[in-house]
Design a binder for this molecule. Structure first.
Ligand SMILES: Nc1cc(-c2ccc3ccn(Cc4ccc(CN5CCCCC5)cc4)c3c2)n[nH]1
Length: 243
């Protein structure tokens, strides 16, 4: 998978050189390229913003540097129509389902806005060449798109085959079955007078799986009842309903 990120703060994305995603880049599993939007300006001051039409606070990102940058990255990979993900408070909320879907794509391009956002005409213009997706990380306002891109690249990248050593660990995670995950414990078995649930020390894997499922349901009911509402009834077994 090829990923291109365009930002006026390319150093913000340095964290993607580390750990799993960094190793995947070295292994050639992820071809991740970060670009400085200012490299696509033509004036001496490398201007990327200007005042908003209609007034209002702050500045808006100019369209032309984005058009130059996006054309350059689209040409870099002849793969089918790249997906252009534009972090925005006004986007569809990013979910694990979206991460799975995007992990199948050949070419992802992330446009990191700053200031008060990007001139809307860029998203309209990009529609010819890209599958344009405004995406929100959640219902809170960040100062720009970079933090959202770090989160999304990590969530998507770890689903690309070979990136996570043991694919087993991708199966039982939160949200992959529509529920929150169960609690985990490790040695010592007694820590500051706190023990580990006996069932986990029993070696009875059937009962352990049952207990873990019960914990998922209890946690989800307590912390995210909205997820329970969304559950497809076929995803709940008879035993679940007895919990
Ligand atoms: N999930 C999530 C993603 C983002 C995100 C993503 C991308 C950018 C680019 C800039 N910002 C900062 C910003 C966004 C909005 C405003 C308010 N708004 C501006 C337009 C006119 C009306 C009022 C102010 C500043 C961004 C914020 N935040 N949260």
């Amino acid at each position: 998978m090829r990923i291109d990120v365009v930002s006026i703060f390319p150093e913000y994305l340095a964290a993607l050189d580390l750990s799993l995603i960094g190793k995947a880049r070295q292994d050639g599993l992820l071809d991740l390229n970060v670009h400085d939007l200012r490299d696509f300006t033509t004036d001496r001051h490398r201007t990327v913003d200007d005042t908003p039409y209609g007034g209002g606070a702050g500045m808006v990102m100019k369209a032309e540097p984005w058009a130059q940058a996006l054309t350059s990255v689209a040409d870099a990979e002849e793969a089918a129509r790249p997906v252009l993900i534009v972090p925005s408070p006004a986007g569809a909320v990013f979910t694990q389902a979206m991460a799975y879907e995007l992990a199948e794509e050949k070419h992802l391009v992330f446009a990191c806005g700053r200031y008060e956002g990007i001139d809307e005409r860029v998203l309209e213009w990009a529609g010819e060449r890209f599958d344009v997706r405004p995406v929100s990380l959640g219902d809170y306002v960040l100062n720009g798109g970079e933090v959202a891109v770090l989160a999304m690249v990590e969530a998507i990248g770890r689903l690309v085959p070979g990136v996570v050593g043991n694919p087993e660990s991708l199966v039982e995670e939160s949200h992959s079955d529509g529920l929150l995950e169960y609690p985990v414990y490790t040695k010592p078995s007694s820590w500051r007078d706190r023990g580990v649930p006996d069932i986990l020390l029993s070696g009875n894997h059937g009962k352990i799986a049952q207990w873990r499922r019960g914990q998922q349901l209890q946690r989800t009911a307590a912390r995210r009842p909205d997820l329970l509402e969304k559950l497809d009834p076929t995803q709940l077994t008879k035993a679940d309903k007895a919990t």
